[in-house]
Design a protein around this ligand. Structure first.
Ligand SMILES: C[S@@+](CC[C@H](N)C(=O)[O-])C[C@H]1O[C@@H](n2cnc3c(N)ncnc32)[C@H](O)[C@@H]1O
Length: 228
């Protein structure tokens, strides 16, 4: 066991029509606490997974911006012990209980040696790269959007180093003037790109998730066994 209580989003949504919208959003926070999840963000990944089914047993997964570890818990449960999950964050992430297949790295995604550090942990190309990276918000919209865009572009760049052919990138972005340019960049690199907004996203948030399938070409790959 991973120290993760079993959970689904389905039960959360029961009775939703009877609840005001803001209460539904708050329910994710309370539910995450009760389920032993490290963040309400875990439900966003759960909902993205329900929609697009990109995570499978035995896969290798990188989770960028992983602290405190809600997405890590979800990914670790789905890939199981035959898989591998590598979480990266500026902040130190407490290791998941009883989950030897999960590695945590304290690093800045801009670190030059991160590409090799993650490759060494994975041992082979990644099936899925997740990015829930977000800057510390200043409240100055242009500044926050520029920082978010830089993080998203770095996540795309890193994913192209790590993903196998047929792999999937899931990445958080902010809606705004920058978004079309960023989406065009992702479309240049991936065969199919969709945007979606999970139910668990907070009301008023400008965040959106991009799911990008099958990188058109990879940057020089680490030596290792192909998985496809
Ligand atoms: C929304 S939180 C992630 C929540 C996480 N997905 C979960 O489920 O618990 C965004 C994270 O991005 C991290 N972050 C922001 N800039 C970063 C950077 N340059 N390098 C690494 N992590 C960064 C922050 O420290 C923060 O923990």
């Amino acid at each position: 066991m991973l120290g993760v209580a079993p959970f689904t989003v389905a039960h959360l949504l029961l009775g939703r029509s009877a609840m005001p919208r803001y209460q539904r959003k708050d329910a994710f926070y309370a539910q995450a606490k009760e389920a032993g999840l490290r963040s309400r963000a875990a439900y966003k990944l759960e909902q993205l997974q329900k929609q697009y089914k990109f995570l499978r047993s035995g896969q290798r997964v990188v989770d960028l911006g992983a602290w405190p570890g809600g997405w890590l818990q979800v990914a670790a449960r789905i890939v199981g012990r035959k898989g591998k999950v590598v979480g990266v964050d500026l902040k130190p992430i407490s290791p998941l209980a009883d989950a030897p297949h999960v590695a945590v790295l304290q690093a800045d995604v801009s670190d030059a040696d991160l590409i090799d550090r993650v490759r060494a942990e994975l041992g082979a190309p990644a099936d899925v790269v997740l990015s829930d990276l977000a800057p510390r918000l200043s409240g100055v919209r242009d500044r926050d959007q520029a920082e978010m865009r830089a993080l998203a572009e770095r996540a795309v760049e890193l994913a192209l180093h790590w993903l196998r052919p047929g792999g999937v990138l899931v990445i958080k972005v902010f809606m705004g003037a920058d978004l079309p340019g960023l989406l065009n960049r992702i479309r240049e690199e991936f065969s199919r790109v969709v945007t979606t907004r999970p139910e668990a996203t907070r009301k008023g948030s400008s965040e959106l998730y991009v799911v990008a399938f099958s990188p058109a070409a990879q940057v020089v790959r680490a030596p290792g066994k192909r998985q496809d």
